[in-house]
Design a protein around this ligand. Sequence first.
Ligand code: VTB
Length: 330
Amino acid sequence: MPSITVQPDLLIERILTLEIVRVTERAAVSSARLRGHGKDKASDQAAVDAMRRELNKLPIDGTVVIGEGEIDEAPMLFIGEKVGTKQGPKVDIAVDPLEGTVLCAKNMPGAIATIAMANGGTLLHAPDCYMNKIAIGPGYPKGTVDLDAPTEENILSLAKAKGVKPSEITAILLDRPRHADMIAAVRKTGAAVSLISDGDVAGVIHCAEVKTGIDIYLGIGGAPEGVLAAAALRCIGGQMQTRLIIDTEELRERTLKMGIKDPKKKYTIEDMVRGDCLFAATGVTSGAMLDGVKFGKDVIETDTVVMRSVTGTVRRVRAEHRELAKFHLD
Ligand code: VTB
């Protein structure tokens, strides 16, 4: 039998696929303990603490490039923070320990704990600002939609590429006053609008999941969330274009310091995630993508999706945690 040589780098990355599941699982369980308590900051902190603790157990030389903010404003998982045992590959890490803090505080659908990991120096170091985004699922010709094209044109072009009438297209947007014109433009074509109150990482991913019935993501959300969503689409396919919204001098300087020379650059998935990556998300509250954490008498159940761009493999990990339940661990 021919022997198979696996490059050490590739092997470690495969192993990490399951390791990052532990990271998002623990963040999800910790924040879910505060689900519905109306405390968005406390549930976020719980997720951050758990995620940081688990990340520091991993055999990686990791740098947080998308995190909870800059060092002076975020005590943990700040941008630039080093995580892991340092005995392993250099990796860039993007985290949103609790994406949808308000969803968790109100116990509404769609809160997740999420992470993306890639080789060192390959993830976009996006500041914590707004980002204009457009995304569609896989299987469409390149250029079917364009961030700079009018909304009507994008919907009509997508409908044509899908082979359906515009009325069979559904666009997802954050429910914000800033999107009023865009929402009207979508509806004018006959397409449907699906509004979400938070959680646009999942919103973008929905475009690549046929079961959600979502065809296109449009509008302005957080830049960190944009990079996380780009990592997921890098694994499962789809198109995405984004542009940072740099609207103050202070932000312009901060962006420059982060190494972004052209603040008006239009990014594709490959610009935001410049190589292979891993992506994982665990449900905190149940949503279209994932089930939320379930607290049983002797067992805690979690539902995680983990993706790997090298092979495009998507795993669904439903885990039963007995030790966490027994000792009420965070
Ligand atoms: C989105 C959404 C997040 O922030 O990125 C959004 O995915 C953008 O900011 O869950 P605004 O809320 O200011 O519109 C969240 O809602 C919260 O981080």
